[in-house]
Design a protein around this ligand. Structure first.
Ligand code: PLP
Length: 382
């Protein structure tokens, strides 16, 4: 059976060119980057070259790039260090953030006894900008605001550069989870005016287990992982050299081809949306299904009935990989905190997420499989 992979917001297939870039660091260049002999110097150089490449692609300085194990660790690092080291007195975030942000902030604010405010969203998933502005205007200095660039379930894109400018004027610390935005839509990190950002390699055809924490050079925080002082003392532990090289290569490919890839992916999203609307008139789209939303993600719901029961599992049996929520809650179909917030009534949500490797044939396969599931006749007595 052919596999149709339409879950690229969960993870992406690693690009063969990225594998080629990584292989020498898995085979012959295995030296510890902290060793002073040439085998070690070679891997140290690879890390620093990757750091320079990533920094230049994001329009920031190499000294502001810290390699981590992924998006979750980056958010833990940034939020934990901001709250613990920077005298934060209040936290503002959104209820639709990724669990890496929500759970970290919940535990930290409880532990430190700091108030936390969740700013609201409109039913289409966009942030309630008026409420955010009022909140930011009336917030005391040394607040921390955390808002994702683009939502991983419903494709809404938030005005991060605009909010970043405001936060800087108000001296409010700003963290943005950019995991679904960087390498998918144009992001100039410097223009965002954030102090902290989280990025993950496996979301843009890089390897798993490697990410980036961006930390503004003016922010002074203590080490996150204590050990041998790697990553300029921020994160002890021998570096994931091949992973770092792979992340930098994947970012380079993604940013070089971004315009072309966005056009292709946007076309797929439009085609998928129109096909679904044509074949399933009772569908409801969640979040931003328009051209303004994240091109990679399309989220929609069907009414709950006998045919939509276990829909994700039935699609899996037909070779279709598709999500009912975020990667962390896959399997928990319909149990996504994001969908529950914007569509409280009973429904069966599905998230299709595209990459440059998808084609219209993949969408046709999905539609065919959905037709089989949804138009199935249920015997009168069950
Ligand atoms: N933030 C967002 C918006 C995500 O979509 C994800 C992954 O699903 C993460 C954070 C976590 O990233 P990682 O899997 O690299 O830990």
């Amino acid at each position: 059976m052919q596999t149709i992979y339409l879950d690229n917001a969960a993870t992406t297939a690693i690009d063969p060119e990225v594998i080629d870039a990584m292989l020498p660091y898995l085979r012959e260049h295995y030296g510890n980057p902290s060793s002073i002999y040439s085998l070690g110097r070679k891997t140290r150089l690879a890390i620093e070259e990757s750091r320079k490449k990533v920094a230049s692609l994001l329009s920031v300085k190499p000294s502001e790039i810290f390699f981590t194990s992924g998006g979750t660790e980056s958010s833990n690092l940034c939020l934990q260090k901001a709250i613990q080291d920077l005298q934060v007195t209040e936290v503002i975030t959104s209820p639709l953030e990724h669990p890496a942000t929500l759970n970290t902030l919940k535990i930290l604010t409880e532990k430190e006894g700091i108030p936390i405010t969740y700013v609201g969203h409109h039913p289409d998933g966009s942030i309630d900008l008026e409420k955010v502005l009022t909140k930011l205007e009336t917030t005391p200095e040394r607040a921390l605001f955390s808002l994702m660039y683009a939502n991983n379930e419903i494709a809404t894109v938030h005005p991060i550069p605009f909010l970043g400018k405001l936060c800087r004027e108000k001296n409010i610390l700003f963290h943005s989870d950019m995991v679904q935005a960087v390498c998918h839509i144009p992001v100039n990190l410097k223009d965002c005016n954030v102090q902290f950002a989280s990025i993950s390699g496996h979301k843009f055809h890089g390897p798993k287990g490697v990410g980036v924490a961006y930390i503004d050079e003016n922010v002074k925080i203590s080490p996150f992982i204590l050990g041998g002082g790697q990553e300029r003392n921020m994160r002890g532990g021998t570096e994931n050299v091949a992973g770092i090289v792979g992340l930098a290569k994947a970012m380079e490919i993604a940013i070089k081809n971004m315009e072309k890839d966005i056009r292709h992916i946007q076309d797929l999203k439009r085609y998928c949306k129109e096909s679904i609307k044509t074949h399933f008139p009772d569908v409801q789209f969640n979040g931003d299904a328009s051209a303004n939303g994240l091109p990679t993600i399309l989220n929609f719901s069907f009414p709950e009935n006998e045919n939509t029961t276990l829909l994700q599992m039935k699609l899996d049996m037909m070779g279709i990989c598709i999500s009912g929520g975020s990667a962390c809650s896959s399997g928990a179909l319909g149990n996504s905190h994001v969908i529950r917030y914007i569509r409280p009534e009973n429904n069966v949500p599905l998230r299709v997420s595209f990459s440059r490797f998808n084609t219209k044939d993949d969408v046709d396969e999905l539609i065919g499989a959905l037709q089989k599931c949804l138009n199935e006749r249920i015997p009168a007595n069950g």
